[in-house]
Design a protein around this ligand. Structure first.
Ligand SMILES: [Ca+2]
Ligand SMILES: [Ca+2]
Length: 182
């Protein structure tokens, strides 16, 4: 119950692997700090909705927007697209459970890096549904990446720096893994 991770051995460094391929590490992003985790709670990290599997990264996997994309893509996924109120609600409930009480800002697949002021989904489609917090996006100091925050009661999105180290949400078609062709 209170195992101490004094070395990586008992945890395989990346936690329990029992089919949870999300925890395969991305080779070029080898991160020794992962070995210091006490416990890997992956039970709450995966959920399905509308034919897609969603993975909400634990805080210890946090990384920049571009590295988060690389992580998702390594697992045959990409950062999540939130193109409807239903998906926004579903993911907000998920992160509210997983990051209970936290004000973490969590990346998903929306950015205006290509053309500042025009947010588009990372699959190249334009923004139709959106759920910005009333004072966002404000491009404060050049913010270009959208996030969800568990504690935002209105499920409002906030633009933040893409370089910040943050948790993230991946999505992929059910049953798909390690096929980087989407
Ligand atoms: Ca911007
Ligand atoms: Ca902002």
């Amino acid at each position: 119950m209170s195992k101490k991770p004094n070395n990586a051995d008992s945890w395989g460094c990346l936690g329990t692997r029992d089919g949870a391929s999300w925890y395969d590490q991305v080779p070029q992003l080898s991160s020794p700090y992962i070995c210091e985790r006490t416990r890997v709670s992956d039970k709450n990290s995966e959920a399905s909705f509308g034919g897609l599997d969603y993975f909400t990264s634990p805080s210890w996997l946090a990384r920049s927007f571009s590295d988060a994309r690389t992580y998702c893509q390594y697992h045959g996924a990409d950062l999540a697209l939130i193109k409807s109120h239903d998906i926004n609600t579903f993911l907000h409930v998920r992160i509210s459970e997983e990051y209970s009480g936290s004000d973490d800002q969590i990346f998903f697949g929306l950015t205006d890096q290509a053309n500042d002021g025009t947010f588009i989904w990372i699959d190249g489609t334009p923004l139709q549904y959106s759920s910005w917090r009333s004072d966002q996006p404000n491009d404060y100091n050049g913010q270009d990446c959208a996030t969800l925050t568990p504690t935002n009661p209105d499920m409002g999105w906030v633009d933040v720096s893409c370089n910040g180290i943050r948790p993230f949400i991946c999505e992929r078609y059910q049953g798909k893994s390690h096929a980087n062709d989407v």
